[in-house]
Write a protein that binds this ligand. Structure first.
Ligand SMILES: [Zn+2]
Ligand SMILES: [Zn+2]
Length: 176
């Protein structure tokens, strides 16, 4: 599955946000810095405490959607996230390729982030089904992921977690 063809790589931004470690001081600014390509050049990324809280809330909402266990639960949570979005799509070639952005280019950074994340996540859920989102099965991980595999068979957030779990399962078999 190629999300690019659906204009929806934004779901990766949503997953990254949900997996950001909110225990680390300055995590919001660090997240915005490392995902700067998503925001209009020149967007101010110094945040007020309220803006920081808003980013944390968006992160938690994305996580809520990903861990939901049924379609109605996903819809409820997705709609809570969408209620925070202010979509106003526009076409851009800022990275050399013509594509759509979901938020106003001159919106403040939290509005750009929340809108992009909410729209990207919704698009994937609506087009590919709510089961495409999940939580990593590796012990002690807890990261969420979007399953882009052809047969929707993904169980881990990363190759690291997949191989860690394979090794653990092998060792467990050896012991018995
Ligand atoms: Zn772009
Ligand atoms: Zn993992």
């Amino acid at each position: 599955m190629d999300y690019d063809t659906y204009g929806s790589t934004a779901v990766e931004l949503a997953i990254d946000l949900a997996n950001a470690d909110a225990q680390v001081a300055g995590w919001v600014e660090a997240f915005l810095d490392s995902h700067g390509e998503w925001f209009t050049e020149g967007t101010v990324t110094e945040l007020s405490p309220q803006q920081r809280e808003a980013v944390a809330r968006t992160s938690a909402l994305v996580r809520d959607v990903a861990v939901a266990q049924s379609e109605p639960e996903v819809m409820d949570r997705l709609n809570a996230l969408l209620a925070l979005a202010s979509p106003r799509p526009y076409a851009t070639t800022h990275d050399g390729e013509l594509h759509l952005h979901y938020a106003r280019p001159d919106a403040e950074v939290v509005e750009q982030l929340t809108t992009t994340v909410a729209m990207g996540l919704s698009q994937v859920v609506v087009q590919h089904g709510w089961r495409r989102l999940g939580v990593c099965s590796a012990e002690g991980c807890g990261h969420v992921y979007v399953d882009t595999s052809r047969n929707a068979s993904r169980r881990y957030c990363s190759n690291t977690c997949a191989s860690r779990s394979t090794v653990a399962a092998y060792r467990a078999r050896q012991r018995t």
